[in-house]
Design a protein around this ligand. Structure first.
Ligand SMILES: C[S@@+](CC[C@H](N)C(=O)[O-])C[C@H]1O[C@@H](n2cnc3c(N)ncnc32)[C@H](O)[C@@H]1O
Length: 243
């Protein structure tokens, strides 16, 4: 897969065998076919474009998405706090457009696997298309209600981003490896609180609720300071471990 970057830093995913068009001109399909990663190509209006290999973040920024997606500050917190690594097995629900599923797949690599459940057929199809386009084959997108049961066992991480996640914590416990993590993403603190109490009752260990705040800086002529605008809230993350 190739990405094209214009002189303003705007990026686009290239469609195989097709010409590229933007307000900065047209790059022919032939020129793009010959271009390798790192090459520069010109449009008919003489603007320059660079050919880049997209990483998982570039791809997620540009992929088809029909619902809200998890943002990097929260995805990063999940990856680091669970110590996810090559070879891990992950269950994820709901998939949505597949943002965190793609990050899980990227980290667990060829020896690991991601099983992602999505109740809506249309979303499951979009996610499958996105995951296939990214060119990985360590993800199964399952068009299923995860509340009807988790098929997999020997799982290192089960990540739930859906209403009333605590309804399936018993099932989650059974599917997890010893040392495995349950992580729940909740936009509301009361959902996170119920999840905490249910996880405690079921004998999960190391239960904690985290909120990640991220503030960007701007560098200006007069000085450097935090940006005026920031993401004020996305969600709470509950971590619980089977030990
Ligand atoms: C906010 S979106 C998920 C975003 C996604 N986790 C990401 O990485 O961007 C929530 C998704 O959960 C799905 N969902 C809700 N209940 C579900 C269930 N019981 N089983 C599977 N998917 C479910 C919804 O259809 C929706 O697509």
């Amino acid at each position: 897969m190739k990405m094209i970057l214009d002189e303003r830093g705007k990026k686009y995913i290239l469609k195989e065998g097709q010409e590229f068009q933007s307000d900065l001109g047209i790059v022919t399909a032939e020129a793009l076919l010959d271009a390798k990663i790192g090459d520069e190509v010109k449009s008919h209006l003489d603007h320059s474009f660079k050919i880049i290999k997209p990483n998982v973040n570039d791809f997620i920024d540009l992929m088809d998405r029909r619902c809200s997606i998890l943002i990097n500050k929260d995805i990063g917190t999940v990856l680091v706090h669970t110590g996810l690594g090559a070879g891990s097995r992950v269950v994820d629900a709901g998939t949505g457009a597949g943002a965190i599923a793609l990050h899980f797949a990227n980290v667990v690599g060829e020896k690991g696997h991601v099983f992602t459940y999505e109740i809506r057929k249309d979303f499951a199809e979009v996610a499958k298309k996105n995951i296939d386009s990214f060119g990985i084959d360590n993800v199964d997108v399952k068009n299923r209600d995860i509340k009807e049961g988790i098929d997999e066992d020997n799982i290192d991480l089960i990540f739930l981003d859906l209403p009333k996640p605590y309804e399936i914590f018993e099932d989650v416990y059974d599917s997890l490896n010893l040392g495995g993590y349950l992580v729940v993403y909740s936009p509301y603190v009361n959902q996170a609180e119920i999840s905490y109490r249910v996880a405690k009752k079921l004998n999960f260990y190391n239960i904690e609720i985290l909120e990640t705040l991220e503030r960007g800086m701007e560098v200006k002529q007069n000085g450097t300071r935090p940006k005026t605008r920031m993401v004020g809230h996305s969600g709470y993350l509950l971590f619980a471990r089977k030990l």
